[in-house]
Design a protein around this ligand. Structure first.
Ligand code: SF4
Ligand code: SF4
Length: 340
């Protein structure tokens, strides 16, 4: 492991050299494309120069689409055979991201590569191409609660970067990238991590959720307030639900392609079954399902919480529903139920 220092101009040249050998993705600003008039959209996209890397604002969408796209063709079929869809590109992809999102990928890996003992090959082939360059994060954005979720630190990265004034400091952990940075001046840089968020969350710590919590009246409030838009699901770095759709090329229903498309537990139709039956019809039931999955069920299986506290669900909800406050309400209700 070694560390280097560059001026911005020097680092910009390093960035261009890196871009010549692999694709670079990071948070990027799209002027005028935000959800309100005259606002910008920040989302993950391919970077064509260092100046495109957005460091001042949290991205509206997470980087999960690099391994789990919103819409992808899995395979093509005819009546007799099928063929796996080719990847849209080859080679490494360097992703500039923050510690919470690195931890988000850890959760995606658990769901797609470990859950149930079966690896998802479509996720795996994309995931294997990703290399993480961690952007040091010492001050949180609005709505972040990564410290409460123990996702403020990360060590699964190839390089870590600090952008400070005219200087860029880099710690290189992955030998593969040593040569890329070795022209820099040696430095003792080690990344630091945010230790306190303005928003704090009291995560419930129970082995078994009492049945009263599933029927608790707190969930009823979301019946009216939530409009089932699913923005909280699509912006979330750890939501992994999808639907599969067959697109037929002719009336024969023999040739076509199978796609998987993001789905979400808040959306209408998510729990619809054959015969038109549906469970979790009420929005509050969907909120309860999501909440317990993020801070209870997942932990029972994997030993850590699913939610990483990136706060994007709170950033994007058009109804100003705060998931962070929902977790706090669960903890408060739990104390009441358990008479603590
Ligand atoms: S539930 Fe909200 S805070 Fe937690 S990982 Fe998803 S978007 Fe981030
Ligand atoms: S973003 Fe808000 S309104 Fe939309 S589904 Fe999520 S909680 Fe409901």
């Amino acid at each position: 492991m070694s560390s280097y220092e560059f001026t911005r101009e020097e680092f910009s040249r390093v960035f261009d050299g890196l871009r010549a050998r692999c694709s670079l993705y990071g948070p990027k600003r799209f002027p005028g494309r935000g959800r309100f008039t005259n606002t910008d959209l920040v989302k993950y996209a391919q970077l064509n120069g260092l100046e495109e890397l957005e460091l001042e604002e949290k991205s509206y969408m997470s980087p999960k689409s690099l391994a789990f796209p919103a819409d992808e063709t899995l395979f093509y079929f005819t009546g007799q055979e099928f063929a796996e869809a080719p990847q849209d590109g080859e080679g490494e992809i360097v992703v500039f991201l923050r510690p919470c999102d690195i931890n988000g990928f850890r959760r995606l890996d658990a769901m797609f590569l470990e859950n149930g003992g079966t690896r998802d090959p479509y996720y795996q082939r994309r995931r294997e191409r990703l290399r993480f360059f961690m952007i040091e994060c010492t001050e949180s954005f609005d709505n972040c609660f990564c410290v409460s979720m123990k996702s403020n630190t990360a060590d699964d990265y190839s390089a870590a970067l600090r952008f400070s004034g005219d200087s860029v400091l880099v710690e290189v952990k992955d030998d593969e990238f040593e040569g890329v940075f070795s022209a820099g001046r040696p430095s003792g840089f080690k990344p630091e991590f945010v230790r306190e968020n303005r928003k704090r969350v009291d995560v419930p710590d129970v082995d078994e959720m009492p049945p009263e919590m599933f029927a608790h009246p707190m969930w009823d409030e979301y019946d009216q307030r939530c409009i089932a838009c699913g923005r909280c699901n699509t912006s979330c770095v750890t939501c992994t639900c999808f639907s599969t759709r067959d697109l037929f090329y002719s009336d024969s229903r023999l040739s076509g392609e199978r796609r998987r498309v993001w789905d979400g537990c808040h959306l209408d139709g998510f729990t619809e079954m054959a015969g038109g039956a549906s469970y979790r019809e009420k929005k509050g039931e969907r909120m309860r399902f999501k909440t317990f999955h993020k801070i209870y069920d997942f932990r029972k299986r994997f030993g850590y919480d699913m939610c990483v506290g990136c706060g994007r669900c709170d950033d994007v909800c058009p109804e100003y529903i705060s998931f962070a406050e929902c977790i706090n309400r669960v903890s408060a209700a739990l104390k009441e139920v358990e008479g603590r």
